[in-house]
Ligand binder design. Sequence first.
Ligand SMILES: Nc1ncnc2c1ncn2[C@@H]1O[C@H](COP(=O)(O)OP(=O)(O)OP(=O)(O)O)[C@@H](O)[C@H]1O
Ligand SMILES: [Mg+2]
Length: 324
Amino acid sequence: MIITPLDPAELSSPVAVITGGWSRERDRALLSGRTVAEALDEMGVKTRVIDLAGPRERMLDSLAEEELAFLAIAGRGAEDGRLQGFLETLGVPYTGSGVLASAIGMNKIHAKAVVSAAGVRVPVGTRIEPRAIADDEAARICTMLDLPVIVKPTNEGGSIGLQVTTSVESLASALMYVAEEELMAEAFHPGRSVSVGVLEDQAGVVHVLPPLEAVTPNGIYSFAAKRGTADCDYHVPARVSPETMNALQDQAVTAHRALHCHSYSRHDFVVGDDGLSWWLEVNTLPGLSKGGNLARMAQADGISYELLLTHILRGAATDRRARP
Ligand SMILES: Nc1ncnc2c1ncn2[C@@H]1O[C@H](COP(=O)(O)OP(=O)(O)OP(=O)(O)O)[C@@H](O)[C@H]1O
Ligand SMILES: [Mg+2]
């Protein structure tokens, strides 16, 4: 994929870098926002940073003066279509996917249904019934899925609240512990944690970045590993066979299209020792810090951080109103 360097004259107004917000991924969003704004400033683009959790009137006033919103944010209220719908209503073009892909993509159960229907292998799972008694629900899940079972929030990122349970008792206590969130249970597939980035140009032509593998001592790409407080090594490209590499790249593109993602997306998989891959989820607004996974994959493909941001910025030019 050829991305030409940005000429700041392409942009007729300052760019609003929208970051922060109130989700549990706020800290990661602020890191993305800061590095994106710094890089854009160095590229000669005038930016204004807006915290989605700031005073509403100030945000509305600021946005009214912008012509383009660069979304450097993640999690609920921002990655789930709410912010995208708000910006579309205001008539402010924005980077990344539209309302439909964002809303479905943020909900792991709905996203897996769509991606599985498109022919991509996904782990079997079930929504956890919040009103059920934990012991009864744990027993139901254990008749459906073999242990160990992964329990995770349906609408969360950053491995927040993710647990591996190895007995019906630990499953029941996992269900009680985080009962305030919508949870799901999923078959646990041991293997390599691999992430695949997809870039799509304005003509709809896609380019898949070299997959990234995250290696942790227990095989789970955990909250601590993502925050740098637990050991984690990265390999780009992932250490998988050429056949698995092709399959991962095809599946990421199929998922990107099935979900109606726009401009870019990052897909997380586990790859077993048999080379079979399982699609876990999409990140429609993956972290955009300079050392983040998407930037690492782009770098390995000869795409600098500045060119990656240029690609994402140009994606905002497409008029989304007639699209899903
Ligand atoms: N079904 C599963 N089988 C095996 N490992 C899993 C499974 N689900 C999740 N994991 C492990 O947990 C990690 C995080 O899972 P997942 O990507 O679903 O969570 P997330 O919180 O949405 O992540 P992100 O930070 O990318 O938003 C995976 O990379 C993988 O290591
Ligand atoms: Mg993930």
